[in-house]
Design a protein around this ligand. Structure first.
Ligand code: ZN
Length: 319
């Protein structure tokens, strides 16, 4: 049986043409180049699995732990399937391409992967006036196709201004793009299937445009766009303010603000915890663990009670 220590994870850094340096300057990660776009911070996905940094499982990946120690996640030993969630930090030094993701059924039947991709974003920082794309303005399939044929992207795409602390829920089938100057923490289904609809007609140094996936994008896009209402709730526990950002089919995500001390009970099968600001101590059975901005961990099911002390902000999630 796995003991009740938290599982600290090593981020996997990914270069992207739209990436920047904030994953080093803000989060102190060793980035591979000045165009580093993504840190996969809690990941069991084969395209970038996180390594465990401490305890009995040190050196193994989160995927190894998922397959071999089901008790950590409160799953039956014969439970099938892949680790369900993926948490990333994204630094958009430039606009990302406009894209859309399939749902589970499409992902399974067309792409032969276990999960589609519903995602959500907590905005960690945003430059003045920063904007992202969320949804579109076409009322019918015909209108949608027509606007694309005519290249009427400004008319089709919906822009939304954001600032630090905003939360954006992006169900599969929603057209979206993170804009220049925005850093987000993304909680999503563990999937890497992306259909690119539009890339602002940008070309690389050789004059080539990036590949688009117009047909697939059109197949999976929800038309007309539906705004997904999110109901947020706040709970105060000691000196901890727990704000529920979203609770839906695939995940629940919370923002925790700690200013002092709080004792917490585990209410989920396991918890994904990311420290996005400040510093705190995590106490479990008389043992203390140091948490700081940029730390990511999983609290296993065996942890029934734990306490936190310090001044910090967290994004916490579970299935
Ligand atoms: Zn996406």
């Amino acid at each position: 049986m796995y003991n009740n220590e938290p599982i600290f994870l090593q981020p996997v850094l990914q270069e992207r043409i739209w990436g920047g340096q904030k994953l080093r300057t803000e989060y102190d990660y060793e980035i591979p180049s000045d165009k580093t776009g993504e840190a996969w911070v809690i990941s069991a996905h084969p395209h970038g699995p996180s390594k465990i940094m401490n305890g009995a499982l040190a050196g193994q990946t989160l995927a190894d732990a998922w397959y071999e120690h089901k008790e950590i996640f409160n799953k039956a030993e014969d439970e099938q399937g892949e680790y369900p969630l993926l948490v990333k930090i994204l630094d958009a030094a430039d606009d990302l391409s406009v894209q859309v993701h399939p749902d589970d059924e499409f992902a399974r039947t067309v792409e032969n992967v276990p999960y589609g991709k519903t995602e959500c974003w907590y905005v960690l920082s945003a430059e003045e006036g920063a904007e992202l794309v969320l949804g579109h303005n076409a009322k019918t399939q015909e209108e949608f196709d027509q606007m694309i044929d005519r290249g009427e992207w400004d008319k089709l795409l919906r822009g939304v201004k954001v600032k630090a602390g905003d939360f954006v829920y992006v169900p599969s089938g929603t057209i979206h793009a993170i804009g220049k100057g925005i850093v987000i923490l993304e909680t999503q289904q563990s999937s890497d299937i992306t259909y690119r609809l539009y890339d602002y007609d940008r070309t690389d140094v050789a004059g080539n445009k990036r590949e688009l996936h117009l047909e697939r994008s059109t197949q999976v896009t929800t038309i007309p766009h539906q705004d997904a209402p999110v109901e947020q709730m706040e709970k105060v526990n000691g000196d901890l303010i727990e704000k529920k950002l979203v609770e839906e089919q695939y995940f629940s995500v919370y923002h925790w603000q700690l200013n002092g001390q709080a004792t917490c009970e585990m209410t989920a099968d396991f918890l994904q915890v990311s420290v996005v600001e400040g510093r705190a101590a995590l106490m479990i059975d008389g043992k203390s663990f140091d948490l700081k901005k940029g730390t990511h961990l999983i609290l296993p099911h065996s942890v029934t009670t734990y306490s936190l002390e310090g001044n910090a902000e967290f994004i916490v999630s579970h299935e």
